[in-house]
Design a binder for this molecule. Structure first.
Ligand code: ADP
Length: 491
């Protein structure tokens, strides 16, 4: 407050000095013209009068009306005293000269008034141009954000920045908070903002240098803004500024609603895709189970080996059903972000050994090789989840490669991450499919029909690795095999 008062008084002193300069230069100019025509060059009185007039116009263009009138009066006196007979007195003998003198004075005053008005209008037009420029930049800034909370937080700051005011507060009836430009927004009280929002009428409090303005969208009031500062924007600017804010707030709100609707639509679509896929995958084991049970019931006197075969089918297919249900439920959990990790420090070897142990039955014909350097640092991970990732990669390696081919585990340190790879010598995956196999429900073109699966295994593995802050990927050469790898942050 004290600083502002100081600046205001500094301005006043500057203005006064400028005015005094105006009078001084005007006096010096008149003195010069008088000296030149009186002593040095002798010309007729009309030339002298025109020279004085030129001086008056210059002074009025550079300083203003007061200095111009001063110049006009002093010039008239000098003109009368030095150039109108009888020279050296203020008396005028010839009535014609009276007319000339009055004409000179009136012309000088009128011309200076016109010139001063043009000068004032130019300043005003310049100020208006600057305000329009400010409003334009402000509107650009407002439209640059689609995020409603971020926008609401930054609007008061933008107004302070673009319009040079001291403090700004923004009120929206459906938000609990009042958004402020900074900690020092005294005088912009919630009560005033609410009142202006309710009444829809602006309020300018000139005494305290404050203005409260409703934010209007057409006839609807969507909030209010309070501005305080020594130089408040003009009424028109405040009107435009509040409309711009109302539009920006409505726009960001609409984009947010649209985003929510789109997310809900995608989630619905995902759910129905999941249901379609699960229903399709469920039908196959269920059909086998149903067929086996029906045969068993219909043919009571089946031989023991046949009975055993049908019961084995029921057993295997029930397992498959169980796995399907588990994967579908897990996928849904990852999608909803409800999974919590139990992060502990482990050697990656623990997870690899656990996965090999778990998949023992599936790996019957495949020699498995594990290469983990003894000095490899530990990683920070959820043992059960990472074991699940490794089991998935291991089972895929076994499923998509020849029965007796080797599967290799390797682990190494890369840029503070422990990178674990599972390599097989199967058919491999072409470039096009490498980009798709981590998507939910995607199943390889060559495997869809002949190999059982859900297309969810790699998508779940990806979700688990990414939740640990790591990355998962594959490199593969069709015909030679694939290497699946993932990284985990070091402990
Ligand atoms: P699923 O195995 O149930 O089809 P996944 O998500 O585990 O689902 O795998 C997606 C697809 O990736 C598979 O259908 C298969 O085409 C391909 N794939 C996965 N692992 C391998 C592998 N080791 N070798 C070749 N193809 C693979």
């Amino acid at each position: 407050m004290g600083y502002n008062r100081l600046r205001r008084s500094e301005h006043k002193v500057d203005r006064n000095i400028k005015k005094i300069w105006g009078y001084a230069i005007a006096s010096a100019g008149i003195g010069l013209v008088t000296l030149v025509y009186y002593r040095l060059i002798h010309v007729n009185p009309t030339t002298v009068a025109l020279s004085y007039l030129l001086g008056v116009l210059c002074i009025s263009a550079a300083w203003g009306l007061a200095q111009a009138v001063f110049t006009a009066i002093v010039s008239t006196l000098a003109f009368n005293y030095f150039f109108l007979p009888p020279v050296g007195t203020f008396t005028i003998s010839d009535p014609q000269n009276w007319v000339a003198l009055v004409a000179f004075l009136v012309t000088a005053v009128l011309a200076s008034r016109l010139s001063e008005r043009a000068h004032r209008e130019a300043i005003l037009a310049n100020e208006r141009r600057k305000e329009v420029e400010r409003l334009y930049s402000f509107s650009q800034q407002l439209l640059s954000s689609d995020n409603l909370p971020e926008l609401l937080n930054s609007i008061p700051r933008f107004v302070v920045e673009y319009f040079g005011v001291r403090a700004v507060a923004l009120f929206l009836p459906d938000k609990a908070d009042i958004y402020r430009s900074g900690p020092n927004t005294n005088g912009l009280e919630p009560h005033d903002l609410q009142l202006v929002n309710l009444r829809g009428e602006p309020r300018i409090d000139g005494e305290n240098n404050r203005a409260f303005w409703p934010l209007r969208m057409g006839v609807r009031v969507v909030g209010s803004i309070g501005i305080s500062g020594d130089h408040l924007p003009s009424r028109q600017s405040l009107e435009a500024l509040s409309s711009l804010i109302a539009i920006a707030v409505e726009r960001a709100g609409a984009i947010e609603d649209l985003g929510r609707a789109e997310a809900a639509r995608q989630s619905d679509q995902l759910r129905s895709t999941l249901l379609d896929s699960v229903a399709h995958e469920f039908r196959t084991p269920l059909t086998s189970i149903k067929a086996s049970v029906t045969s068993l019931l219909a043919n009571q006197n089946l031989g023991a080996p046949q009975q055993h075969e049908l019961l084995t089918v029921i057993d295997e297919e029930s397992d498959r059903l169980n796995r399907l249900v588990g994967e579908a439920a897990e996928m849904a959990q990852w999608d909803s972000g409800k999974v919590e990790l139990d992060l502990q420090i482990h050697s990656i070897r623990s997870a690899i050994e656990g996965a090999v142990e778990e998949s023992k039955s599936l790996l019957a014909g495949h020699p498995v090789e594990v290469n983990v350097p003894a000095d490899l640092p530990n990683a920070r991970y959820d043992l059960a989840r990472i074991q699940e990732v490794l089991t998935q990669l291991l089972e895929n390696a076994a499923k998509y490669s020849a029965a007796d081919s080797k599967i290799q585990f390797t682990a190494e340190l890369k840029d503070n991450f422990v990178v674990t790879s599972v390599a097989d010598h199967g058919h491999g995956i072409d470039d096009f499919e490498q980009a798709l196999i981590f998507d939910k429900f995607y199943r390889g073109r060559n495997h869809r029909v002949h190999v059982q699966g859900t297309g969810m295994g790699l998508a779940i593995a990806k979700a688990i690795v990414e939740a640990h802050g790591g990355k998962i990927g594959v490199t593969s050469q069709p015909g030679h095999g694939s290497v699946f790898f993932f990284s985990l942050p070091c402990a």
